[in-house]
Write a protein that binds this ligand. Structure first.
Ligand code: BG6
Length: 506
């Protein structure tokens, strides 16, 4: 990257988990891989009173634990770029002090006024810190660009998201705002566009004429771990669907953008969201399913249920599993159902999009067919990133017996290519000023509009069941009922952990 991109990153919430696990390691990787100019600094900001030296020591430890390539001999040079400034988030004077510190550091290090402010704080501060920054002039771009990266969740519901949007846009321009959705930083989510739009073979089939339904799964094997407090105010629908999974749907469903310019791509994403058929309150029971994991035994180990997790209410009705059926009312997708499911404490960690193609108009081999999962294209987002095409083949020998075979590609086969972490890509883009992979205001608002009827119905109608599912299984069995055809189910790439052993396809 050009020298003129020399910059400062200010991380609010600098002593928190995200900074330690993701942000500092991502900046370190960009530095080691020489993707950013050598001349940059990082100013950690939070309430705790560290000195620069203490902060450097803490981050060095974090890097050794979570960073990549940490024996490159460059750690010490990297941590020298770290500085620290304690700040009380609601104290106006502290922002003046922050501004002064930044000016001094920039002068000393000969860095222009280009600044990325990264808000990695509790969400309630997203409406506060940017206003304080603006009031002391730290949104002013006369001496260099100023960008604001905001972590999810962007609001708690449509109302709070709209309010947050109005507050931010009062002080910042839309092109200064980078709303992070780390799924968009994943190599394989971006690859959805390349797979679709760089190959003549898929796109002609990518529509309601040839596709029966689309399934998006994001399962996690972990429970809520130490995040019970946060998760209680969130739940699976807010935590994963409103943001990450709807973005994956948009990449799967969007029209080809006119160019690869951020605006062109984001316009297409927005159009998908605007075409989501609103879910009527009275339909929620039929098209949305919620579940919560209950205690079970996995590989001879007792695993706690959600309600026994630290920070979780004993009578909690927060969903740890959510599944939805919905439609995209546009020319390409009219009448084709989309299914999304996500959950904690499922058998394995996997995120994938499954395109289920329609059967042939007349199936010659029906009697002999053993091919319930033929005709599928699986786009595996993580782990073991890759693409799997499942189709029917003749079993050698007499007769016309058909069996499913797999043609698969693993990203790991591109062995010389390192897959950068999502945060690395996104921070890099924000420094370059490329907002393609960040959610635009209207996208976030549309996504909230779409999920609100479900959130409201779940909150206000206790008679809508919250199904318990044993930890280590694929969630409530009832979720299969969402899928229209009786003989169809979700794709189960691995068995339940309760079954004998795990077998995962791909
Ligand atoms: C986060 C959610 O945004 O995404 C977490 O808050 C979830 O609950 C995580 O575990 C999943 O991300 P990934 O990259 O591990 O799929």
């Amino acid at each position: 990257m050009d020298k003129k991109f020399s910059f400062t990153t200010v991380i609010f919430g600098a002593s928190g988990d995200l900074a330690k696990r993701k942000l500092i390691p991502a900046l370190y990787s960009l530095y080691v891989n020489q993707q950013v100019p050598d001349n940059f600094i990082i100013l950690g900001v939070s309430r705790t009173a560290y000195s620069d030296i203490q902060y450097r020591e803490k981050m060095k430890e974090a890097l050794i634990e979570f960073g990549e390539n940490t024996n490159s001999g460059k750690i010490d040079a990297f941590v020298e770029k770290l500085f620290y400034q304690p700040l009380n988030y609601d104290n106006r004077q502290d922002y003046f002090d922050l501004k002064e510190r930044l000016e001094n550091l920039q002068k000393e290090k000969k860095i222009p006024g280009n600044i990325v402010f990264y808000l990695s704080t509790p969400p309630k501060l997203y409406g506060e810190i940017p206003v304080h920054l603006a009031k002391v002039g730290l949104n002013n771009e006369d001496d260099g660009w100023k960008r604001l990266i905001i972590e999810k969740p962007f609001g708690y519901d449509l109302e709070s998201a709209t309010k947050l949007k109005d507050t931010l846009l009062k002080y910042w321009n839309e092109n200064q705002l980078y709303r992070i959705d780390h799924y968009l930083g994943k190599e394989t989510v971006q690859n959805l566009l390349v797979t679709r739009f760089s190959n003549g073979i898929f796109e002609p089939l990518w529509n309601s004429k040839y596709i029966h339904h689309v399934e998006v799964t994001s399962s996690e094997s972990l429970g809520v771990e130490e995040r019970g407090g946060y998760y209680e105010s969130s739940g699976a629908l807010r935590d994963m669907v409103q943001n990450h999974l709807l973005q994956v749907v948009a990449f799967t469903a969007m029209e080809p953008p006119a160019t690869l310019e951020p605006q062109a791509i984001r316009n297409e994403i927005l159009k998908v969201f605007q075409s989501l058929r609103p879910i009527k309150p009275e339909e929620v029971k039929k098209v949305a399913m919620r579940g919560q994991y209950i205690a079970s035994t996995i590989k001879n180990q007792k695993v706690a249920g959600y309600r026994e997790e630290p920070g979780v209410d004993l009578n909690s009705t927060t969903e740890t599993y959510a599944a939805l059926k919905f439609y995209i009312d546009n020319w390409r997708w009219g009448g084709i159902p989309f299914y999304i499911r996500t959950g904690k404490r499922l058998p394995t960690r996997v995120t994938e999009v499954v395109i289920h193609f329609k059967a042939t108009p007349h199936f010659l081999f029906s009697k002999q067919a053993n091919c319930s999962s033929c005709n599928q294209l699986v786009l595996r987002i993580q782990p073991d990133e890759g693409i799997l095409l499942k189709f029917g083949m003749k079993v050698p020998g007499t007769g016309f017996e058909v069996q499913n075979v797999n043609m698969d590609f693993h990203y790991s086969d591109l062995a010389h290519q390192r897959i950068p972490a999502a945060y690395e890509r996104l921070i890099y883009d924000s420094i370059k000023g490329d907002s393609t992979l960040f959610a635009r205001t209207e996208e976030v608002i549309e996504a909230w509009k779409f999920v609100m009827p479900v959130l409201d119905a779940w909150k206000n109608n206790p008679e809508i069941p919250l199904f318990g599912y044993p930890a280590g299984t694929w969630g409530p069995k009832e979720a299969d009922d969402l899928i229209e055809e009786k003989e169809m189910t979700w794709r189960y790439p691995c068995k339940n952990l309760a079954d004998d052993g795990i077998y995962c396809e791909l």
